[in-house]
Design a protein around this ligand. Structure first.
Ligand SMILES: [Zn+2]
Length: 93
């Protein structure tokens, strides 16, 4: 018997005994949670994701958490910032 079948059967038994459930039994405990995913966006347009992205629920297939993506954009590289500073101050780098 698969995990999904076992959970559904347990929910049916509990409902017959008068216990009320709302939402998917596999992910109802994850519904109010928030997951932060960080994306580094480099000056050369490369995007790198970090942080643990939530997995889909094994029963309903949905991702129940609120996922917030934080994009950290690198506007200048160190070399570009040094060159801009040198140009502004009339220095040769
Ligand atoms: Zn679910």
């Amino acid at each position: 018997m698969s995990f999904r079948t076992r959970v559904k059967r347990l929910v049916q038994i509990a409902e017959r005994k008068g216990m009320a459930f709302s939402g998917c039994p596999g992910c109802r405990g994850r519904r109010d949670q928030t997951v932060w995913v960080y994306i580094r966006h480099d000056a050369d347009d490369v995007r790198t994701r970090s942080g643990d992205e939530p997995a889909a629920c094994r029963i309903c297939g949905q991702v129940p958490e609120r996922v917030i993506e934080v994009v950290e954009r690198v506007v200048y590289t160190r070399e570009q910032a040094a060159a801009a500073l040198a140009a502004r101050e009339g220095l040769n780098v």
